[in-house]
Design a protein around this ligand. Sequence first.
Ligand code: UDP
Length: 321
Amino acid sequence: MRYLITGGAGFIGSHLADELLRRGHEVYVLDDLSTGSIDNIKHLKSNSKFHYTIDTVLNRAVTAELVDTVDVVYHLAAAVGVKLIVESPVRTIETNVQTTEVILSLANKKKRPTFVASTSEVYGISEKVPFREDGELVMGATTKGRWSYACSKAIDEFLAIAYWKERKLPTVVARLFNTVGPRQTGQYGMVVPSFVRQALSGAPITVFGDGKQTRCFTHVNDVVRALIALMDEPKAYGNVYNIGSTAEISIHDLAKQVREVTGSKSEIVFVPYEKAYEEGFEDMPRRVPDTSKIKNLIGWEPSLGLPQVLSEVQEYYRRTA
Ligand code: UDP
């Protein structure tokens, strides 16, 4: 099979490329390197089944040709990272909405099954934990930059589902919960790479807020396995799935674990949200997925825990520093 991965030089996209190639498929990556990196795919360049194009999805002619060439499309290109999103809401909204519009309209011409990546951010500040796919999405005011990301991804979801319902384009949406692993960069604010880098350099580990907020961290290899199985299952078309671990940990405890795993002597410091992001920043106190929907469909469950991720991430940063 031939696959197109938009955002294929990014963290999750490059791991997806690795796995599809390992399974003998042909992979086409389209990435504008805005947040992705050529370093993530350079080891694949010598593989004759691997092809890459450095361009934006918004270059319609280039994207159209790639969509025509492949059997299945994974649309992962997006503006990501809370820090980037708060700092550049225009870029976030435009990138996330316009690229999905282009991909779905082109995929529809040839009816190429298309996966659209969404995010647990869409649940916003909902208190109905664990989050179910059919639950309500509760977002904050439009004056707060963070919610532009959630809303832009919610629009992507609406669009993907509408293409299935109205035009019979096979689409699948997944909401990814705090995916972590090697190649994720701390540059855009993600907590695990940030903490690991701080710990390795002996710098203070910066816990935002009181550190009592919780997240569930999922190994990228588990996520990739789910993405592939979902697109192999026609019953998934037109549906939305949570993909995430259900093991909850507070950010303060995460900081302690990172210190332990890395053997670091870094002190743990608490930074108020308004200093870390912007005045009036809203964080979600808990974020836990209900994963029964994907489990019932394809039997997916995460298999790799946080200790494994942290040791791989520290190894990655020691190697690439
Ligand atoms: N966080 C933190 N220190 C950092 C980066 C993030 O305490 O250096 C916190 C952040 O405020 C949030 C959690 O860690 O509560 C997860 O942040 P991330 O940006 O990785 O993902 P989010 O779940 O917010 O999308």
